[in-house]
Write a protein that binds this ligand. Structure first.
Ligand code: IPE
Ligand code: IPE
Ligand code: MG
Length: 230
């Protein structure tokens, strides 16, 4: 029997810092290793047939970290978008970003816009990079947008709200969090309402294709009822 591949997968890529500390490295080296994992796993997911992959790369709350760490993550993201991520992008993947644009360095914003433009017509699958993203900020921004546009109150539905989110994407089917933390940390709250959740102890830089395969096997054993009875 062939396995069902979830249409929209979310990954909370956590544990870079602890991965590095365990090896007596600095946190930056953990982020660097984590970025390699992202490239490998994203490519693997798309080859398996995932249509939308949303990755949590930097949360609105991550600005609480030291300036050094934040600066490193901004620079690493620019390098990634200009460099190794091209391997994925060139494979007909559309790249989009979710999150607030404020507080991001000019150079990163420019690179993001360029990548979005370059991939706008790609249609194999979508890589949604959640950067300076918070699920609550997104809901706040949705409400502001709706009020600002003086949207007719009777036209507001669960579905119509999706059009005001940072991106109009299908609901998440599966969310994976690495590093042994059993929480959501403000990731895609509206989109996650009926997602299957999968928590794994492995730190993100150690997450392998085989781990993803294992997640898919477990996903196929879940009984998604959406409030109904079987
Ligand atoms: C995830 O790894 C990457 C980001 C949040 C940017 P962490 O940096 O949170 O790693 P830990 O949780 O401290 O190990
Ligand atoms: C969540 O990880 C955000 C990202 C993976 C980008 P955090 O490390 O920031 O989450 P908490 O602080 O452990 O909840
Ligand atoms: Mg963390």
């Amino acid at each position: 029997m062939s396995l069902i591949i979830p249409n929209h997968v979310g990954i909370i890529m956590d544990g870079n810092g602890r991965w590095a500390t365990k090896r007596n490295l600095n946190r930056s080296q953990g982020h660097l290793a984590g970025s390699e994992t992202l490239i490998d796993i994203a490519e693997y997911c798309f080859n398996k047939g995932v249509k939308v992959l949303s990755v949590f790369a930097f949360s609105t709350e991550n600005f609480k970290r030291s300036k050094d760490e934040v600066d490193f993550l901004m620079d690493l993201s620019i390098k990634l978008l200009k460099g190794k991520l091209k391997k994925i992008i060139n494979n007909n993947i559309k790249v989009i970003f979710s999150g607030r644009k404020d507080r991001l360095p000019e150079q990163l914003l420019k690179t993001m816009t360029k990548v979005e433009k370059e991939t706008v017509n790609n249609d194999k699958a979508i890589l949604n990079i959640c950067f300076n993203y918070g699920g609550r900020s997104e809901i706040v921004d949705v409400i502001k947008n709706i009020v600002n546009k003086q949207v007719d109150i009777n036209s507001i539905t669960e579905d119509s709200i999706k059009k005001y989110l940072y991106n109009d994407l299908p609901d998440l089917d599966l969310v994976i969090r690495t590093s042994g933390e059993y929480r959501i940390s403000n990731f895609m709250l509206y989109q996650m309402a009926y997602a299957e959740l999968y928590f794994i102890d492995t730190y993100w830089p150690d997450f392998k294709k085989e781990d993803f395969d294992q997640v898919i096997i477990e996903y196929n054993q879940r009984d998604r009822r959406f409030g109904n009875v079987k």
